[in-house]
Design a protein around this ligand. Structure first.
Ligand SMILES: [Zn+2]
Length: 74
């Protein structure tokens, strides 16, 4: 084994270790952080009930009283 291949192996091993640590840290960070909500928040105009629905819907029916509401913009 030449010195060059030894250095290459060392660097490759180091990079693999860094990548593994970074991957683990990223996975750990993701599992601890709450999932960003993709839902749209609606507030009922009739009964003031606040609820969420899928983000791709523009008008949602209130689960409390059945009135249709538009998404709340913050
Ligand atoms: Zn309602």
């Amino acid at each position: 084994m030449t010195a060059d291949s030894l250095i290459f192996a060392y660097v490759a091993l180091l990079l693999a270790a860094i990548a593994a640590i970074a991957g683990l840290a990223e996975r750990r960070r993701r599992s601890f952080e709450p999932e960003p909500s993709e839902d749209t928040i609606f507030r009922c105009r009739k009964c003031a009930y606040v609820y969420t629905d899928d983000e791709d819907v523009e008008v949602s029916r209130c689960p409390q009283c059945g009135a249709t509401n538009e998404a709340v913009e913050f």
